[in-house]
Design a protein around this ligand. Structure first.
Ligand SMILES: Cc1cc2nc3c(=O)[nH]c(=O)nc-3n(C[C@H](O)[C@H](O)[C@H](O)COP(=O)(O)OP(=O)(O)OC[C@H]3O[C@@H](n4cnc5c(N)ncnc54)[C@H](O)[C@@H]3O)c2cc1C
Length: 319
């Protein structure tokens, strides 16, 4: 039997934006359904110590913070489901959400999109094993831990330059590693980076392995010059990725307005549009619509706003 119940609120994503939205929506008695997606708990579930979330003076482990948010949402009646949104039909209201072949579609009056933006990684097994132990994709979050250390930043665009410059506040030496001999960064950012005494640029170089998996801390990078084939080792205590993020907005291509990189465009913090017109009852929050701050607290803040707007929408339009 197909499930024909129409939900008041479905929340896409179980990171800090989605779970904060779930806490607020549940406390407003909207009985939200949270689709957890490919990364239950979101980006914080793959990190270690979070030291900048208010209320935790000694810091808190990312997975613990997320687990507590989940418990808080469930306590007020949120339902969490291990499922991935594959496609959505936003052309008619209530909206239809499809979870893949053989699964019943879900219909919902309001949709809160909190699907985040996934950091791009090199994809090396040693890199993945050391995330949270010296490998990071967030300089704002983890720069402090690099105090007094020699570190590497991967990438050749503006975000890598920005990260490298920011990290010179903490690290004694920053090596910027770019796989081609051409840095894509703007001239001004390039000039700032090259002029900085603590930044060294290494071009035409790839990371083949991050050493330190057994010790559970980054010790060294094994590098290869792609032109000469020469292999070297660079002793560093941290590797920061600065090669961008991929916004998880695929199901909404052609149905919501996105920016050139695929982030959902919002106005008034959480309102979304299609062809410049507001789409009723759909709100976006967290990193999927924020390429600037990308923090747990800002994601949580917009998650709260999205839930309050969903509640108001349902009140105005009858539940
Ligand atoms: C290594 C690392 C360390 C960090 N450290 C800190 C820190 O110390 N302090 C800090 O403030 N911030 C930190 N951040 C940043 C912080 O984690 C993000 O800003 C925050 O997680 C964004 O929350 P979000 O809910 O918007 O998205 P995310 O956390 O990315 O969650 C997105 C959710 O959407 C789900 N999803 C995606 N697509 C679909 C789909 N099609 N269907 C269903 N679900 C879907 C995913 O499964 C996931 O649950 C760190 C990030 C990283 C990567």
């Amino acid at each position: 039997m197909p499930n024909t119940t129409t939900r008041d609120t479905v929340i896409l994503g179980s990171g800090c934006a989605g779970l904060t939205a779930a806490i607020y929506a549940a406390r407003a008695n909207l009985k939200p359904l949270v689709l957890e997606g490919h990364e239950p708990g979101g980006q914080l579930s793959i990190t270690t110590l979070v030291e900048n979330f208010p209320g935790w003076p000694e810091g808190v482990q990312g997975p613990e913070l997320i687990e507590r948010m989940k418990q808080q949402a469930v306590r007020f009646g949120a339902e969490l489901k291990m499922a991935q949104l594959v496609s959505a039909d936003l052309s008619k209201h209530p909206y239809e959400l499809n979870l893949g072949a053989g699964k019943d579609p879900i219909h919902t009056r309001t949709l809160i999109i909190a699907s985040g933006a996934s950091a791009r990684w090199l994809g090396l097994p040693s890199e993945q094993a050391l995330i949270g132990h010296g490998v990071s994709s967030c300089a704002t979050c983890d720069g402090f831990f690099a105090s007094g250390k020699e570190i590497a930043v991967i990438g050749g665009g503006d975000s890598a330059m920005e990260e490298a410059l920011f990290l010179t506040r903490f690290a004694t030496k920053v090596t910027l590693i770019n796989r081609t001999d051409h840095f894509r960064a703007s001239r001004i950012m390039m000039e700032r980076a090259t002029a900085h005494a603590s930044i060294q640029l290494l071009s035409s170089t790839v990371v083949e392995e991050v050493l330190g998996v057994e010790e559970k801390e980054v010790r060294c990078l094994r590098l290869r010059n792609v032109k000469t084939g020469e292999r070297t080792e660079l002793p560093v205590s941290f590797m920061f990725l600065g090669i961008g993020h991929t916004p998880n907005a695929k199901p909404f291509h052609g149905q919501l307005d996105l920016d050139a990189d695929g982030y959902i465009l919002t106005h008034g913090n959480v309102f979304v549009t299609h062809n410049g017109k507001d789409v009723p009852g759909i709100f976006a929050c967290g990193d999927i619509q924020d390429r600037r701050y990308r923090q747990a607290i800002t994601a949580a803040a917009t998650g709260c706003m999205a839930a309050l707007e969903a509640e108001k929408f349902l009140e105005d339009h009858g539940r």
